[in-house]
Design a protein around this ligand. Structure first.
Ligand SMILES: Cc1cc2nc3c(=O)[nH]c(=O)nc-3n(C[C@H](O)[C@H](O)[C@H](O)COP(=O)(O)O)c2cc1C
Length: 148
């Protein structure tokens, strides 16, 4: 399957998860492209069968539990276009915040706005830097649920 992983990151956790997902999916025989969210154009989405969007949860525009702010730029660029594609989402976060890993809910909303179909359950990756091995095992378990 041709898969596009879109990511935004502030402190590199989401990048690390995106890279791990890329490597695991490649191992499973998929063709994977990874793009930072600020560089994504409509054609990138059209060119892939499954689009995985990942983001930290952060304080953006004064609100907690938000996705990386660059997602809003992407949504502005893609405005008015409809993508009949499969999407899956994952979000990083930390339980010390009130809205834990809530970026996934915003990403789900973006999928809807883009006219895509959400595949599988959103993956919430809490406390990545403190439980890396466990969280990567959870990622490995999640990937087949969105690719099969
Ligand atoms: C300023 C700031 C705001 C954050 N806000 C939230 C939040 O609202 N909800 C949450 O679950 N995690 C929150 N986090 C935790 C981050 O989502 C978490 O550290 C994540 O791993 C960061 O991903 P990144 O390294 O890709 O930027 C926040 C962290 C910082 C520093």
């Amino acid at each position: 399957m041709k898969i596009l992983i879109i990511y935004g990151t502030y402190s590199s956790g989401t990048l690390m998860v995106a890279e791990a997902a890329r490597d695991m999916l490649t191992e499973s025989g998929h063709t994977v492209t990874m793009l930072r969210v600020d560089s994504v154009q409509g054609q990138d989405i059209i060119d892939h069968e499954l689009i995985i969007m990942g983001s930290p949860s952060w304080k953006v525009f004064g609100k907690q539990g938000m996705p990386h702010e660059w997602y809003y730029g992407m949504m502005e660029r893609l405005k008015g276009q409809t993508f009949n594609r499969k999407f899956a989402v994952f979000g990083l976060g930390d339980e010390s915040y009130a809205l834990v890993c809530d970026s996934v809910n915003h990403l789900k909303g973006f999928v809807q706005e883009l006219g895509g179909t959400l595949i599988g359950e959103p993956l919430k990756i809490e406390g990545f830097f403190f439980n890396k091995e466990q969280r990567l095992r959870e990622l490995r378990d999640w990937l087949p649920t969105i690719t099969s």
